[in-house]
Design a protein around this ligand. Structure first.
Ligand SMILES: C[S@@+](CC[C@H](N)C(=O)[O-])C[C@H]1O[C@@H](n2cnc3c(N)ncnc32)[C@H](O)[C@@H]1O
Length: 440
């Protein structure tokens, strides 16, 4: 299939206006057979999803009359074209002819001329030196302001919560996420792993937060080609996510619970960090994701007790033996990982946040019941929204007289009244929140 057409069909099922919008993870589950075509299609899909709002404004300015609802596919073809005009290195003539031809492939030959003319106009304005036209081109650049790319439910929250960091936040989330690995020190040291990478022509650097993390210079490196993959020397995991096991510090003989475990990124890390646990119980509500957890455990030759259940429904899975340590990696808005999942911007809505916070509080209260006295619980999310993080933990410790929030030492990010917030950083970690709570 033509990669541009594939991109249009994916975007039709995701962007605002889709009947029942689906996530990129679901939509990209059936990739094109040719790897280069798939990589090109993904570049377009992720780019248009990130810049959707800005590109729509630019197109609307240039259209004489709005497109009809039933011509949403033509709107998406125009978005795809505009994205290529501003961000791709493809030659102008190829972009104009290949993109306008998509209208024909969507059985709307009447739109070929419209797309062709609009893209030519954008290129012309991009290239013109004439003062008047340059002014218009400048206006376009203004519309490509990172802040304008985000929906209001995110923007309002960020402006209110992190006014000083807001500009960096927008910029970071429009930049590609890095490829970070967690090195399994049971097999190889970080230094030896780095030397192997260099010997194989791969550039990389150590992380800033953990001694297990290595970030590759080239984020598109296929994971299975990295030396040590088959030997289980590493797992793909963001550096912020790697902090969780480090903060919880599982010890020999302890019974540990990974409360929302799938697909097992942190489950495998807890086991790599301490092989002599009494037991690691890992619960998740999704059967499909638990299968992935088992596959990850198998690849790394690790063992955990997996249970499929809504973890807060204790009667469905708990054997009445309390835990020494509990990790609650709660389901959340994902606003700390927007650069990896830009579809979140259009799939989630403002009203989802209070509903998520309610679910998180329910899970947290339930997990507190099954934590031993003096036990520790690490609550974390890949969210940057205070409602899911600091505000939720503040309310929890106000309600529980036996809950005491411990200070965590993290050199970067923002120390909150309770817990610690990382905001995503270009070329480094994702946005994460951590609160380590001890039961008195
Ligand atoms: C942030 S992800 C967990 C990522 C995982 N800890 C890792 O590091 O790979 C949140 C998980 O919570 C699961 N989940 C959502 N609601 C749940 C519930 N009520 N009980 C248990 N798991 C739940 C989702 O299926 C999802 O796998």
């Amino acid at each position: 299939m033509n990669p541009r057409l594939y991109a249009v069909e994916v975007l039709l099922q995701l962007l605002p206006g889709a009947h029942s919008p689906r996530s990129l993870t679901t939509l990209l589950a059936k990739p094109l057979s040719d790897k280069l075509s798939q990589a090109f299609a993904c570049e377009l899909i992720y780019g248009v999803t990130r810049w959707y709002q800005c590109l729509t404004t630019i197109i609307q300015i240039h259209l004489h009359k709005p497109l009809r609802k039933k011509d949403r596919d033509i709107h998406i073809i125009l978005l795809l074209g505009a994205y290529q005009v501003f961000f791709s290195k493809q030659p102008d003539y190829a972009v104009v002819s290949e993109t306008s031809n998509l209208s024909r492939l969507r059985y709307k030959p009447w739109a070929v001329g419209l797309v062709n003319a609009l893209l030519r106009k954008l290129y012309q304005q991009q290239n013109q030196k004439n003062a008047h036209i340059a002014h218009i081109a400048h206006t376009q650049v203004e519309y490509l302001n990172p802040k304008l790319a985000f929906p209001n439910w995110i923007k309002n929250n960020i402006e209110r919560s992190y006014p000083k960091q807001a500009t960096d936040f927008y910029q970071t989330n429009l930049t590609k996420a890095p490829l970070t690995l967690r090195i399994n020190h049971k097999h190889i040291s970080t230094q030896a792993f780095l030397v192997n990478l260099l010997d194989n022509g791969l550039q990389a650097r150590c992380g800033e937060l953990t001694n297990t993390s290595v970030t590759l210079s080239e984020s598109t490196t296929p994971v299975h080609t990295i030396p040590g993959f088959n030997q289980g020397q590493f797992t793909v995991q963001d550096e912020g996510a790697q902090l969780c096991a480090q903060l919880l510090q599982p010890q020999p003989g302890e019974r540990v619970l990974d409360a929302c475990c799938a697909p097992g990124g942190k489950t495998t890390h807890l086991l790599e960090q301490c092989a002599e646990l009494a037991e690691l119980v890992a619960v998740d509500s999704s059967a499909k994701r638990l299968t992935q957890t088992q596959e990850n455990l198998d690849r790394l030759d690790l063992c955990a007790t997996l249970k499929q259940a809504a973890v807060e429904q204790l009667d469905d899975w708990w054997d009445k033996t309390p835990f020494d340590k509990i990790l609650v990696d709660a389901p959340c808005s994902g606003t700390g990982v927007l650069r990896r999942h830009p579809d979140i911007m259009w799939l989630k809505k403002a009203q989802d946040v209070p509903a998520l916070a309610q679910k998180q509080a329910k899970i947290l209260r339930s997990m507190w019941q099954i934590l031993k006295p003096r036990g520790k619980l690490l609550y974390c999310t890949c969210s940057v929204l205070p409602q899911e993080n600091v505000e939720l933990i503040q309310a929890f410790v106000a309600e529980k007289t036996d809950a005491h929030v411990l200070t965590v030492n993290i050199p970067w990010g923002i120390t909150q009244t309770v817990g610690h917030q990382l905001l995503p950083k270009i070329g480094a970690y994702d946005g994460f929140y951590y609160a380590l709570i001890q039961k008195n």
